[in-house]
Ligand binder design. Structure first.
Ligand code: CAA
Length: 286
């Protein structure tokens, strides 16, 4: 498979991660087709991107004209068929294997034979996702970190059958977004989450063991270990549902007790305390 020159990007799912990826791509000069399931969700993402680009204009990091031009490069759709001309499609939908399998199978029937299909999954197997298509060599992982516009890393994940061309094209695209891409294989949690998920779960267990408050635990890890943000603030940012899901997925695959989500955070998830996005997690957000 000869990889095309990547110019037109499709992003499926415009939640916090998908919107962040779309923002990066339009800022880097790519045309982006963003797909959400409803027009309302698409517009919400567009407003979010417009807001963050305006903040960059306010802080003189971006010209007002460049902001306008970037926003014009983003088009919204509710139809997967609108992704037909994309050179690279990045999936950032819900972390549900069945939903991803169905999406990839449908996408394969829509895009060109040389279109690269990437998944932003954080804890599912890229190889398993690629099993939904008849051309798994075109499937790679492109795992961005939250918040995607600010975090420099992107993990370029090689699944069992990924082609060298697809991996290298995704790597170069990551570089063109201004990111620091790394190459890794499709192992549970890849590189960062393999380390970060058990570490965050240790932090959350310490809340109960040391009877420390979330504020003091966060202060301990920022003031005592140099973390840029404390673990409770970070889990609130990532989303408590996302963190529980990633922990469960890694525990299921690795059977290491530290991967299992602490009961306290499972209860929070069950109660709808999801962190920033729900307005309440370890902290309250207005
Ligand atoms: N999207 C776009 N722009 C954003 C944004 C977002 N979500 N959030 C903030 N910004 C912009 C804002 O415009 C902000 O400026 P204003 O407040 O003036 O509007 C600007 O970025 C700078 O924000 P901050 O002042 O908050 O920046 P900071 O210097 O405090 O750094 C940080 C913020 C980069 C998030 C830093 O705190 C950090 O590195 N935290 C750790 C984050 C982390 O570990 N992420 C990984 C999570 S794990 C994961 O993602 C893996 C997974 O699979 C679940």
């Amino acid at each position: 498979m000869a990889s095309p020159e990547i110019q037109r990007i499709g992003v499926v799912g415009l939640g916090a991660m998908g919107a962040g990826i779309a923002q990066l791509a339009i800022e880097a000069g790519y045309d982006v087709v963003g797909r959400e399931v409803t027009n309302e969700l698409g517009q919400k993402a567009q407003e979010r991107i417009a807001h963050f680009l305006q903040r960059k204009v306010d802080k003189e990091q971006l010209g007002a004209g460049d902001r306008g031009a970037a926003l014009e490069r983003l088009s919204l759709t509710t139809e997967l068929a609108a992704l037909a001309d994309c050179d690279l499609v990045i999936e950032a939908i819900v972390e549900d294997i069945d939903a991803k399998l169905a999406l990839f199978a449908e996408l394969e029937g829509i895009v060109r034979a040389d279109t690269i299909l990437a998944t932003n999954t954080s804890a599912l197997s890229v190889t398993e996702i690629a099993s939904a298509v008849e051309t798994p060599e075109r499937v790679v992982g492109m795992h961005f970190f939250n918040p995607a516009p600010l975090m420099p890393l992107v993990e370029i994940v090689r699944a069992e059958l990924s082609s060298d061309q697809a991996v290298e094209a995704a790597f170069r695209f990551g570089e063109r977004l201004g990111k620091r891409p790394i190459r890794c294989h499709d192992t549970p949690g890849f590189v960062v989450n393999r380390v970060l998920i058990p570490l965050l779960n240790d932090c959350l267990r310490v809340l109960d063991e040391a009877r420390v408050s979330p504020e003091d635990l966060d202060a301990a890890m920022t003031a005592g270990a140099g973390w840029p943000m404390g673990p409770c603030t970070l889990v609130d940012l990532v989303g408590i549902d996302v963190h529980v899901h990633a922990s469960e997925a890694l525990y299921e695959k690795l059977r290491e007790p530290r991967m299992a989500p602490p009961p306290r955070i499972v209860s929070m998830r069950n109660a709808g305390l999801l962190g920033r996005k729900s307005g309440r997690g370890f902290y309250s957000y207005d």
